[in-house]
Ligand binder design. Sequence first.
Ligand code: PLP
Length: 429
Amino acid sequence: MLSNELKNAYQSMGIGPEVLDFCSEGLQDLEERFKEIDKVAEFNQMKVIKAMQENRLSDIHFAATTGYGYNDMGRETLEKIYADVFKTEDALVRPQLISGTHALNIALSGNLRPGDGILSPVGKPYDTLEGVIGITPSKGSLSEYGITYSQVDLLSDGGFDWEGIKEALKDHIRLVTIQRSKGYLTRPTLSVKRIGELISFIKKLRPDVICMVDNCYGEFVDIVEPTQVGADLCVGSLIKNPGGGLAPIGGYIVGKREYVENAAFRLTAPGLGKEVGATLGVTAPLLQGLFLAPQVVSGALKGAIYAANIYERLGYSVLPNSHEDRFDIIQAVTLNSASAVIAFCKGIQAAAPVDSFVTPEPWAMPGYNCDVIMAAGAFIQGSSIELSADAPIKPPYTVFFQGGLTWHHAKYGIIMSVQKLYEAELLKI
Ligand SMILES: *Cc1c(COP(=O)(O)O)cnc(C)c1O
């Protein structure tokens, strides 16, 4: 039951009594799930602290370096900690990796040579990779350097097309890219276990092929990461899960030493590799963010499950549903109309700690074939471990939302989204 103080607090924050009552029901049903999530967070918290202790993290490592950044002890320790958390030989964790897309671009271009082929056995990769690979022609793409791309779609039930994959693993295939998260598609997100099965199958046929996982949105959702089930490389963004909301910029590449080094030679320069790259003072927030990440991810997961529960009860279709296992932090809700999608995003925005007073509007974002609306009131621009939502304004009018640095903020954002739909008379309670 809500205490009167809490009720009054929500009401003073723009939530009406009907919406508050509706959104307070059903929370008991989620308690068991939340306990499981807490256990994963607890395990991952120990994993992160252990890596920090074993690498003798100390405040000397928080010092800023400038210029070339030779002998940056903080950077070297940060990378050793990432390698230990992901159980890999090596890691490249840098503010110079300016986003997840950039990290993926560096991992790919550092490890591929003209004539090599990339295979995606899990369907179309994330939108921004179309430009990187050259699936849609673009200047500087891998395709312009003579690197080819092929793909095998998932079967209609979400399963792997084993025969198709076997067929596609031709001699020139040098790297297999596996995207863990569904991203903004409606395919299922892959569990680490399924990724492991896929990698075993591929390695049996072609032990020499590099298996790379795009791990965006998946870190710390499970107690194991894809690098523990055979992935040679794992890549992600620090303004998503592993940055814990504190990393102001950055990406990571973890995996086999040779492949991480190849990426480093591409990021800096051949012959220089990992030895250079000043950290300019961001090592402390990268480390502190990693320290908080298991807890932050657990809050985001609780928010996603809570949203699934609420919108399910309101009669909307949600993916995943409130009972399914989760393998990333993204929640999709299909709201069936443009006005409902806009109201939802207005609610997420109105609940933000930053820019709560602005109203998101759909606009013709470059790279999309329809208007897109985005809600984000974030401390770090574009950070999607912070509570954020976006939706293309086209049927079936699905909004994708994720994040929340704390469970209570995610909860408030979701309640506010219901409030906005309710006020616009788009739903009845
Ligand atoms: C976010 C994301 C990316 C790209 O990351 P950016 O930091 O936005 O460039 C790539 N793949 C997946 C699955 C993602 O979710």
